[in-house]
Design a protein around this ligand. Structure first.
Ligand SMILES: NC(=O)c1ccc[n+]([C@@H]2O[C@H](COP(=O)([O-])OP(=O)(O)OC[C@H]3O[C@@H](n4cnc5c(N)ncnc54)[C@H](O)[C@@H]3O)[C@@H](O)[C@H]2O)c1
Length: 315
């Protein structure tokens, strides 16, 4: 069965209530919104948990407004689902430098809290390539984790707690080490930043750093396929790289965006590092997860076009 057809229930043919029940933290964020939408469209029932209200409604969707640091509220909200997708997090590297304590609380303690409410549910954790720090590329999952940001450290701690809950309680956990996920709905990241700057002023383009930063970008729909596959076929206790398997520089991204928008701006560079804790070279070795049948299907030009079309609707 193709990965994109995984977990799809024929709503017309099946009895009502024959879908699965999922609990999704971070349901109002970029990836959470896409994941919940896919689960609901596939005929499942979802309870979402987030600090902020999501922008969507559905008859099979219940929303609980709550903090993953509020263990009592969390425990009352997780009612024996089949699967838990844990996405809620402090997600910005610069914020983790400004307030490492809060980052630690939400990402390490918060993940511990969600794990402690899981009671046997298949648990998929949204980890990050940032856990590796500065690594040999393409980076295999067996590479040492040596994070160089507080965000990388707190997300790695979450992963290690997944592993411990698997080891001690047999909780079926998997972690997805996501590279840069992009696409419609993501109002952050380098592609969004460059397109937005050009929408405001098409004669100049400021690039943070040197433009030579070379990273791996994976399209949102491919990342969502990976979440569903990890739930369905992931090996408990394992972590998987989720990237495109190739890397592109910021300069090359800027060139593609200018071609797409048919613009010829003057390009300026701020020089130095884009921000403290940034890793300037990432590229996933995706051979492990592709052996489960997953593969990234959307190339960067088509993905960027989807992001651009969405941004045009937001103007
Ligand atoms: N987007 C990427 O490129 C990327 C890359 C690597 C890893 N990830 C991981 O994927 C997950 C989702 O990322 P995203 O891009 O959708 O982020 P996002 O910032 O868009 O969404 C995160 C959501 O978590 C919620 N949240 C934050 N703190 C919370 C708390 N204490 N209690 C409850 N909810 C809380 C936020 O309100 C938000 O809706 C995160 O765990 C992130 O670390 C994302």
């Amino acid at each position: 069965m193709a990965v994109e057809e995984l977990l799809v229930i024929d709503v017309e043919a099946e009895e009502p209530g024959s879908g699965l029940e999922f609990f999704v933290t971070g349901c109002s964020g970029f990836i959470g919104t896409h994941l919940v939408t896919r689960l609901l469209d596939s005929g499942h029932t979802v309870t979402g948990y987030d600090l902020v209200q999501p922008a969507y409604h559905h008859e099979n969707f219940d929303f609980v407004q709550g903090d993953i640091l509020d263990l009592e509220r969390l425990r009352a909200s997780v009612v024996k689902p089949d699967g838990i997708f844990h996405l809620a997090a402090q997600t910005k590297v610069p914020n983790s430098t400004r307030d490492p304590s809060y980052d630690f609380q939400v990402n390490a303690r918060g993940t511990f809290n969600v794990l402690s409410c899981a009671s046997g549910a298949t648990f998929v954790y949204a980890s990050t390539s940032t856990v590796y720090g500065t690594a040999v590329t393409p980076t295999p999952e067996g590479h040492v984790m040596r994070p160089v940001s507080f965000y990388g450290a707190s997300k790695a701690a979450g992963e290690l707690y997944c592993s411990a809950f698997n080891g001690i309680f047999g909780l079926p956990t998997t972690a997805l080490r996501l590279y840069n996920v992009y696409g419609p709905g993501n109002a952050k990241g380098v592609m969004y930043d460059l397109i937005r700057k050009l929408q405001r002023d098409d004669s100049h383009l400021e690039i943070l750093g040197t433009g030579l930063q070379k990273k791996d970008y994976v399209y949102i729909d491919d990342a969502i396929d990976a979440f569903l596959l990890a739930y369905d076929r992931g090996v408990p206790g394992e972590a998987y790289n989720i990237g495109s398997g190739s890397a592109i520089t910021v300069n090359e991204i800027a060139k593609l965006i200018c071609q797409m928008m048919d613009l010829h701006p003057d390009v300026r560079y701020t020089g130095g590092k884009s921000w403290e804790g940034d890793i300037e070279s990432t590229q996933a070795d995706i051979s492990y997860f592709t052996s489960f049948g997953w593969r990234p299907r959307i190339d960067i030009e088509s993905g960027m076009r989807q992001l651009y079309n969405w941004m045009q609707t937001q103007l």
